[in-house]
Write a new protein. Sequence first.
Length: 215
Amino acid sequence: MRPTIDEIVVGDDPASWRDAGFTVDPDGTCRIGTVRVRLVGRDDGKRIRDWSLRDLRGAVASRDLDGLPTRASSAPPSEPAVHANGVELIDHIVLASPDPARTTAAFENVGLAALRTRPTDTYGAPMVQTFFRTGEVIVELIGPQEPSGDGPTGFFGLAHTVADIDATVALLSEHVGAVKDAVQPGRRIVTLHHRDLDVSVPTAFLSREPDADAR
């Protein structure tokens, strides 16, 4: 079986995510699709702290998957919550590596096979994107086209699929940027001004895939 994401641990206060239109349970868990985002506050730092994956092949040495703090999980998928901002699921999680080929090899060793790779300038400098699927969530790995060092892979940000992107923009108002055409054909994207709401994770919202309503 292909590994899937159980939980993503984030160093944010639950109130910040509620202000961004997310439903957060009393225990600090934000259930987005089948994934749990656990909001643990800032005592140990900001942003994405670690994640847990089901069905990993082999052992993850010292909780380390090419620098990503990683835990094995056997927990069942979460029950999705309804969010005021219209979020239905995590479309993709973005990771950054100084050596994408090295990280890809580490991922494949635990059962995460690369789907495809493409060059991009979306992040400014020329980069390469490599994509993996973990259940309903795509893992997008970004890095330089040539290795730039031996540092660890790190968590970067999240993009969420929403039911109605115009309604999301209306709700969040001045806390989002301009809606643009996404790289994915037929989809639109908008970026959350996350620092305005004291959310430490770079966050974007994507309209549904064009054929989603037909399924």
